[in-house]
Design a protein. Structure first.
Length: 297
């Protein structure tokens, strides 16, 4: 198949006036609601490119999001998608996966939705190793609801609810994911578009709970309050402060306000998924019963 030079997406042709990803977007819903300089458009573009590169049957892909600016992506992609209630995309996605394990279920949401309100669901889905692909766009703040402090806000950073600086220790998301049981964990920033797409392709083709954190600018709230400039300034900061350390221990990838951002693929292991474990156990139970019945006969 031909390689499209503009998009880098195999098999996607571009006609004049049309963006190569147009057919994968619900263009009738555009323009999107995201602010100028927001990283969400970049991340959504990488997500679509990754889906196409992974050659997954798009009819079997389902995107589930919760509430928040990131969650709007589910409404823009031209795939089967669900925009669920606040904090609940993982239980919703779990239901979809259990009902039809053939589906490739992607949870695409923000840090406030997945890690604050939905934090409990996050750790238990990882513990069970449910075959979900979870993309968390982390802008260190609650964006859509007005810039409140989140469980990802670095100590010292200001938010509307912490005008003197956040004093709570934030979650280190890769460590949280790994220690809960995720089999694939990576972190990138919105600057790392190709790395994001590569990680997504790997995660989509892996069995088990896969987690990708993407640090992304919220110029309207987080960047402005913390005097970090606009979207472009933030991209420059990401470029300067990011250090790629594939295989780094997730214990060591905390993000301090103004400090370096360690990015890379941290975890890529094999562990039986919930379905595989259930399957194996049921087979054993049936075998034992059959053997018991044979013995009695
Ligand atoms: Fe993006 Fe922040 Fe605007 Fe939401 S509020 S669209 S996260 S810049």
């Amino acid at each position: 198949m031909p390689q499209d030079e503009t998009s880098g997406v195999t098999g996607v042709s571009e006609s004049p006036g049309q963006h190569p990803l147009d057919e994968y977007l619900r263009v009738e819903r555009l323009p999107h609601i995201w602010c100028p300089g927001c990283g969400l458009g970049i991340v959504t573009g990488s997500f679509l490119r990754a889906l196409l590169k992974s050659r997954i049957d798009l009819k079997k892909v389902v995107v589930v999001s919760g509430i928040g600016c990131s969650g709007r992506a589910a409404g823009y992609v031209n795939l089967d998608s669900f925009h669920t209630t606040h904090g609940r995309p993982i239980p919703f996605a779990t239901g979809l996966h259990l009902a039809n394990p053939e589906l490739k279920v992607v949870v695409y949401s923000g840090d406030g939705d997945l890690i604050a309100i939905g934090g409990n669901h996050f750790i238990h889905a990882a513990r069970r190793n449910i075959d979900l692909k979870v993309v968390c766009v982390n802008n260190f703040i609650y964006g859509m609801t007005g810039g409140q402090v989140a469980p990802t806000t670095p100590v010292g950073a200001t938010a509307t609810t912490t005008p003197y600086g956040c004093f709570e220790r934030p979650f280190n998301l890769p460590f949280l994911a790994e220690s809960s049981g995720a089999v694939y964990v990576a972190r990138w920033t919105a600057f790392h578009v190709r790395h994001i797409a590569r990680s997504m392709v790997e995660a989509f083709n892996k069995k088990g709970f896969s987690f990708i954190e993407i640090i992304s600018p919220c110029p309207t709230l987080y960047q402005r309050r913390n005097k970090l400039g606009d979207g472009l300034d933030t991209m420059k900061i990401y470029k300067q402060k990011s250090v790629i350390k594939n295989g780094a221990s997730t214990r060591d990838v905390d993000i301090a306000f103004g400090g370096e951002i360690i990015v890379g693929k941290f975890v890529d292991i094999e562990r039986p998924t919930l379905h595989q474990t259930m399957d194996q156990q049921f087979r054993q139970v049936l075998k034992d019963r059959y053997a018991g019945a044979g013995g009695r006969g």
